[in-house]
Ligand binder design. Sequence first.
Ligand code: ADP
Ligand code: MG
Length: 834
Amino acid sequence: SSTVVHHTRAFTDDGPVDVDELGGKGSGLVRMTRDGLRVPPGYVVTTAACHVYLDRRAFPDGLEDELRARLGALETATGKSFGRGPEPLLLSVRSGAPVSMPGMMDTVLNLGLSRDAAVALAERSSDTRFMADLVARFHAMYSEIVLGALDDRPAVDALVAQAAPGDDPADVYDRVWAAAEAALDDELSESVPSTPWDQLVHAVEAVFRSWNTRRARTYRDHHGIAHDMGTAVVVQSMVFGNLDDTSGSGVAFTRDPVTGEPGLYGEYLAHSQGEDVVAGVRTPDRVQDALPPDLLAELERTGAELEARHGDVLDIEFTVEHGVLYFLQIRSAKRTPEAAVRIAADLLGDGTASAARALGLVTADQLRQAQRPGFDPDALAAARDDGQVLLTGIGACPGQVSGELVLDPDRARNRADAGASVILGRSVTSPADLHGMIAAAGIVTATGGSTSHAAVVARALGTACVVGAAALEIDDAARTVRIGDRTLSEGEEVSLDGGSGELFALALPATTPAAANEAMDTLLAAAAESAGSEVLARVTLPVDVDTARAAGATGVVTAIDDVLAASGDLNRLVETLLEKGLNGVGALSEVRDAIAGQLAPLLVAAREQGVRDVDVRAIDLLADESRELLQQTAVTTRHPELALPLGVPDLIRAQREGLVRAASSAGYTGRLRLAVRHVSDPSEARALAGLDNGADGADGADGADAPGVGTYLTSPRAVLAATELAALSDVVWLEVRALQAAMFGIPARQFLTAEPLDSYIARGLLAVDPRHELDPVVVHLLRDVPTGTGVRLSGSVSDTVAATLHGLGFRRYAVDLPEVRPLLLGLGRAALAG
Ligand code: ADP
Ligand code: MG
């Protein structure tokens, strides 16, 4: 047999289901058909065909013939005819990329309406208005998606509303079509073909092209999705939710995508076509209230079965035609960060998902967002008491944010670019608003439900969002909103609670989040167990120790410079050093006393929290991240010996003494160690270990042991000597940021500000971004570092960095406080994958 390349695949065809070839929607429909769900018949045009089309602006050879053959098969399967009576076959032409991009690309419904087909349809359904509605919808969608017109045809809508069931179908068709054409002609001077075959071919081409629309590109850029995948196209026979009152369309989630609460959560609009729900033009009803009991039961049962089979929460698009339930799309549900955590924990708990699967259901970013700050509870209560709640809509994505109200996506982006926190207010959002939605800290819309465009996109972005705020009346021209009897102008400060659905008439202050919820603990306990690693949190204030413990840190690290800076003592000490020098009267005892006084509260917190492992970084007047950089530079210029790790041994002694005193006054008896940066030679480590405890004889009086001493490796040289250094030190930390900076010869200070390194990397001048990825040469060096070495990571830690380090065998880490959970997750995932 010949090697014919097939560009299409029927839902019922056998063969492997490849998402890259069939797209997410297409492969989902093939699987649903195989699983025995009631799916309207159809076929998929592959992404390979899309690639050819985008390359040469023409269908690949043979595709047209295949489309014709598939159409014939579809007519047989449905018993209907394309473009003719007595039972006309209408089609939907749907986009479907390998990666889900909800609402970003295009779909044309009700395709195949020639004059003959329309008349036959009216006769079959004995409902001329139904036919008129389909004609108007088709004409509008085709104009918008294939021809690029704006979707606004009030004259046509009026004609449809006037059509009476008994009117002559041919007359009604002619009137509606002519009005629609006239409206289009005003705008574009193009027309919609009345031949079904042409409609089909052009719609498939348009869906191919929709891969490259500006909004699709923006979405992919924002989500880091490759631009070269292309989209598949689904061609499917229509079912009609707008047929009569026993018909309708809806969207359901197998669990609440906002909170993660178990139980079917969905919306339904009787007598509607699917786009109506998603477009957010009419606010739909809850499935529990609106679906007949038998259909609700069927949806619930099927949803639960599918969820168990997929091990994940699903988003189900369905349509009811004359009392019969059809499934149109099933995919992994977009969910809020809070819901992602709850769902993963619940699926793990009830055995639906393995630990590996459950940990895979939450991204590190979702964890970061789930622990984000919220309104100060007192300020929130006061605002409610003071009548500052402007309105309460439907909470679509949690998050408590304040900012200036902006009513237009372009202006929202401009204000955000200028550094403002923006709350975007719209009557309803559409894909054209995406750039403004990305820029906004919060979104509020007047219409639409939990499955509207605004809600779905906000959840994908993790942006606080309230929809269906019916009280919101936007006056675009005046740039004001009326809410009841209050009027706000654009630019006024408001606050939005995407959980409760409230909008407030003032900027509410924010605080750091309350203790992690139970679900997060469950999930992270599973991660920690698999990770088999110690994760220590970098802390500065006593309250940080509680937060570290709650996040699952096994210990803490701190830096004396940070603690002193937070208390304001560092400035004073630096001034003393500038004035008197180190040997000046009392300079070192001032250092010691400051440490004894300021570290004690931290060690009290450690004792109270049962933290028995505190690693302290010695003062480093060269540290790039220190705030008093200029002052410190002045000190090291005046006293250059301070620029060397053991340039002033007495300074190290003074710090140890201060620590011993702090520990004894705090009653802290756990492990305590002092590590010095920039050590690179075994001789330095030997000298450090041999330092006595100074004139005061620190480890005497109170019985506390002198802290162990150790080193922070910051240079390639130190890393190459790591084994020897480790043998001579009580503790060794590897500072990844400093090491990478040294490897690249870029000052570590550059790593702290996004620009200009961001644009440098965007210009393709470095193969890896040393702030977020490990350089392969560094990885190579790390192979010879003893795995007992602690790894100090700065800033946000990517999953790939965690996996690489875990793979190298490291089991002890220190990270910034907010990164404890994301790192545990990443390590747990790496352990389970390996
Ligand atoms: P999106 O990718 O934006 O979700 P879809 O291709 O899923 O777009 O189409 C949007 C909506 O159009 C669906 O949710 C569904 O309600 C409706 N729809 C699509 N195909 C059909 C069909 N064959 N019959 C009835 N309605 C359909
Ligand atoms: Mg869909």
